[in-house]
Write a protein that binds this ligand. Sequence first.
Ligand SMILES: Cc1cc2nc3c(=O)[nH]c(=O)nc-3n(C[C@H](O)[C@H](O)[C@H](O)COP(=O)(O)OP(=O)(O)OC[C@H]3O[C@@H](n4cnc5c(N)ncnc54)[C@H](O)[C@@H]3O)c2cc1C
Length: 291
Amino acid sequence: MYPGRFDYVVAEDVGEVVALLTQHGDEAKVLAGGQSLIPLMKLRFASPSVLVDVNRIEALRGIEQKNGHLRIGALVRHKECERSETLRGRYGVLGSAAPQISDPIVRNVGTVCGSIAHADPQGDWGSALLAAGARIVAEGPSGTREIPLSEFFVGPFTTTLEPTEVVTEVRVPDPGPRAGGSYLKLERKIGDFATAAVGVQLELDGGGTISRAGIALTAVGATNLRAERAEQALAGAAPGDEVFAEAARLAAEEAEPQADHRGTVEYKRNVIRVFVERGLRAAAESAGAAT
Ligand SMILES: Cc1cc2nc3c(=O)[nH]c(=O)nc-3n(C[C@H](O)[C@H](O)[C@H](O)COP(=O)(O)OP(=O)(O)OC[C@H]3O[C@@H](n4cnc5c(N)ncnc54)[C@H](O)[C@@H]3O)c2cc1C
């Protein structure tokens, strides 16, 4: 099917994007990689009358570490994350999620921030970034605001972003020198969305105790879900098989899967349990924990 009629505007800077969104409100949509928006328009699930293309805005590019956080600009493509040296090791939950998104064609064009703004509960970035404790930076008519990602997703394809706001970057707090992460995804075939997936990050203090654990689940709830009870069970503990198994059991309980053509509720919960346990072991190893 063809999309409905729309006007197409190439914005030169963020100020122009905000002005256009303010002028057109709900009728306008930001166009980044177009890998989710264009299919929705072709199916007529979305019919914006104005598309605001942000692809020429230089200020939205780049992955960099500064002021105690990692910045991923709104035009950073999945492919850039896949190739980035910065997203390995301490930021490994991000680096390991990137190559598991769809196929090279989608990864060449789709953006991290577009994926977050789209808020598909099957999206991989949502969980990887929740595990990493990320915050969204949005620019609107009243200025800039930071939104913890844990308060950003409110339902399937629904966020707390106002129609007049544009996401300019995602910020990931520096996890400290002893950190590691991992993203594990079960898909029926390469390029598919997740049947279930898990993002895990561990941060250790100088004595090797877990100072922060981030665990988030994909495709087993109305949004990407943080497994908060599992995270709490790990905080302050020494890394090890027993505590990892308990956290994995809790995460499986916290998952809210639905049965579908990809599997039953019990099957998906079990995938979550196994992946959380595996992910924690991989994260601990990468953080240099003595388990
Ligand atoms: C065949 C296929 C397979 C896929 N498989 C996967 C997969 O396995 N895992 C996965 O996670 N994703 C998958 N995707 C989705 C893909 O990751 C998209 O790239 C991503 O969801 C959206 O990013 P985009 O830059 O293409 O955004 P767009 O399609 O341009 O926009 C998506 C939505 O976000 C809004 N938006 C975009 N950027 C901003 C911004 N800066 N500020 C405010 N709003 C913004 C748009 O207005 C729109 O509503 C798949 C897509 C396709 C087509």
